[in-house]
Design a protein around this ligand. Structure first.
Ligand code: DAH
Length: 350
């Protein structure tokens, strides 16, 4: 009988060698130690044995059964390891020291002009500030001298959150926070506030070639002692000549914004049609690029700055418009289209 256990054992070990996956292993397990398996069958043969023989044979079969169990468990682990190795070998190697593949994408034209403007203003001593897209009614309107029922609100309908906050309609919404951030430096150290804050803005309005519900602006402020309109004009001119690197026809005309007094519209001659008139400039030949003005005393007060002692200018540069002019994009909607064919034509020409 001992021969029989050895025979079954050797057959099992040989079969185990050839097992290639979990399914085959399970089949083998059933074949040997399942209810009708070879090892189980051995026990049935005990009937014909003497008591003494039953004892040794029974022990031998039990040892065999344990061995089969163990070997199957080992094989299972082994197969799992091999499977993981195989999966890993199929994964693409990721080499963090590889140089980036710069062929893959390009900067969005708005990012390009934004960075260029940031560099220009940084070189003139301005800080670049980041501000959230979700703001309060106070920041977006009230602190800017636009009370609840002011008609100016009609021009800036936006998207409201359930909690009363809103998506900012203009980068001017950051002015109040910037004044509060720097007023101590202004008062205690006599350091003028010079900051720009680019950002995404939102308006609930119909879109056409020159209007979008999502666009970018770059606000700038300078507050200090004796800041005047001449300072404003100087910074605007410097910025435009640096961005376009050519002479641009500019006009300044009065404009109304509740947060500045006096307020201006700074227009540039449309570069798409050369001033002839086209859909991009609403057929006027001019494009409102950078409304600006002297900061209203109420706005300074809301920012904790004494308007008797300090004055300042503010401007709201239309970054999206600037990108359109600089790169000759005729339809504003192309910029948000996500079309790589359109967007990948622009490169950093700095
Ligand atoms: N926030 C205004 C708008 O989006 C633009 C603006 C006008 C900003 C005059 C200014 C300013 O800083 O002085 O319509």
């Amino acid at each position: 009988m001992a021969d029989k256990t050895t025979e079954v054992r050797l057959a099992f070990l040989a079969a185990l060698e050839n097992v290639a996956n979990a399914d085959e292993l399970e089949k083998l397990r059933v074949e040997y130690i399942g209810k009708k398996g070879y090892v189980t069958d051995l026990l049935k043969e005990m009937k014909s044995l003497s008591n003494e023989e039953k004892k040794t044979f029974g022990q031998a079969v039990n040892v065999l059964k344990n061995e089969v169990n163990e070997k199957i468990a080992e094989k299972r682990e082994d197969l799992k390891k091999k499977e993981i190795e195989l999966e890993n070998s199929r994964m693409p190697e990721f080499d963090i020291s590889m140089p980036a593949n710069l062929e893959r994408g390009s900067y969005h034209p708005i990012t390009l002009v934004q960075r260029q403007c940031e560099e220009i203003f940084k070189s003139m001593g301005f800080t670049v500030e980041d501000y959230s897209e979700v703001v309060t009614d106070y920041e977006c309107f009230e602190a800017l001298n636009i009370p609840k029922d002011h008609p100016a609100r009609d021009m800036q309908d936006t998207y409201y959150l359930d909690n009363g906050q809103l998506l900012k309609t203009h980068t001017s919404a950051a002015q109040n926070a910037i004044y509060k951030k720097y007023r101590d430096q202004l008062v205690n150290e006599g350091k003028p506030i010079k900051a720009i804050f680019p950002g995404r803005c939102f308006r609930n309005e119909a879109t056409d070639a020159c209007h979008e519900n999502t666009f970018f602006q770059m606000e700038g402020v300078m507050v200090g002692k004796n800041i005047s309109i001449s300072n404003l004009i100087f910074f605007m001119k410097t910025m435009l000549s640096e961005v376009f690197r050519k002479d641009i026809k500019v006009r300044l005309r009065p404009g109304f914004f509740p947060f500045v007094e006096p307020g201006f519209e700074l227009d540039i001659s449309c570069l798409i049609c050369g001033g002839e008139g086209c859909p991009s400039c609403k057929h006027s030949g001019w494009l409102e690029l950078c409304p600006c003005g002297m900061i209203h005393p109420e706005v300074l007060k809301a920012g904790g700055i004494d308007p008797e002692e300090y004055t300042g200018f503010a401007f709201g540069l239309g970054l999206t418009r600037l990108a359109m002019m600089k790169y000759g994009v005729k339809d504003i909607r192309d910029l948000n289209s996500g079309s790589l064919k359109t967007l990948s034509q622009f490169t950093d020409d700095k």
